[in-house]
Design a protein around this ligand. Sequence first.
Ligand code: C2E
Ligand code: MG
Ligand code: MG
Ligand code: MG
Length: 277
Amino acid sequence: EAKEGGKRRHAVFTPAMRDSIVRRHGLKEELARAIEQRELMVQYQPIVDIETGKTVSVEALVRWNHASRGRIPPVEFIPLAEDTGLIVPLGRYVLEEAVQSVVERSDTLLVQVNLSAIELEHPDLIPTIQDVLRRSGIAPERLVLEVTETLLVKDAERGAETLQQLRDLGVQLALDDFGTGYSSLSYLRNLPLDTLKIAREFVEGLAFSDHDAAFVRLIVGLAKTVGLKVVAEGIETRAQLDMLREIGCDLGQGYYFAAPMDVDADWHAAPASAALV
Ligand code: C2E
Ligand code: MG
Ligand code: MG
Ligand code: MG
């Protein structure tokens, strides 16, 4: 014990740290059960054509509604799932569920699913995607896999190869949270991408900061120059939307249009989108 003999030599381990470790440990164990018992759910957030106000795609976002602890946010449990390898069955569940739901509801909507770096490195990924495409019958180009730049940090070459294999299956690829993390122009040059998603951080200051607006303008221009679709993430206000339209950004996502919704909600009824046209 750190306190023994009146000396507090090892008292750097605080109660708060202990609580946090205990919680993480508990959640890790419960996550395996949550996957089996289908405590996890998928919600869907519209991605809207800024010109027409129409929903063109939905992003699948996983939710954990814990029986006793309540809602646990993905930023808390996704890292735990990655640590334990549970991200693989979790990711497969989200993928199957999302593709199935979208196929049942629409003949045209795209569906975007987030892939973590661990899933991308896993040898089952390609067969899993093939299997989901075959069993659902969805046109491959309607499935958009969202990846982040972090997956390229460890082994950029291998990451790029896997992305090319995915692209060869006919699915689309989006680079998520662009502008944060390890953004590099070489990724844009070398990866087989279809879409760039501008991180919320840039969109936030858009309406009041010329500096932020300049960056969004630059990213949109860059994306268009190299033939990528571009989605602005985290649109919360009409003022942000007006700026994005002026800049020429094609697609948007955010609470201004709609928050993530349950599978049985009306994804087209993006509340504020009626005011667009
Ligand atoms: P992301 O892929 O960048 O997803 C967008 C996040 O922004 C979502 O948070 C969404 O609810 C939130 N968001 C959307 N519009 C707005 C807005 O207008 N304002 C603000 N402040 N936030 C907005 P969420 O659902 O908490 O997910 C957080 C992150 O967790 C995701 O970021 C993604 O990286 C990860 N994640 C979520 N579901 C999955 C999944 O099924 N698999 C994997 N590997 N990661 C996932
Ligand atoms: Mg995403
Ligand atoms: Mg994002
Ligand atoms: Mg993300």
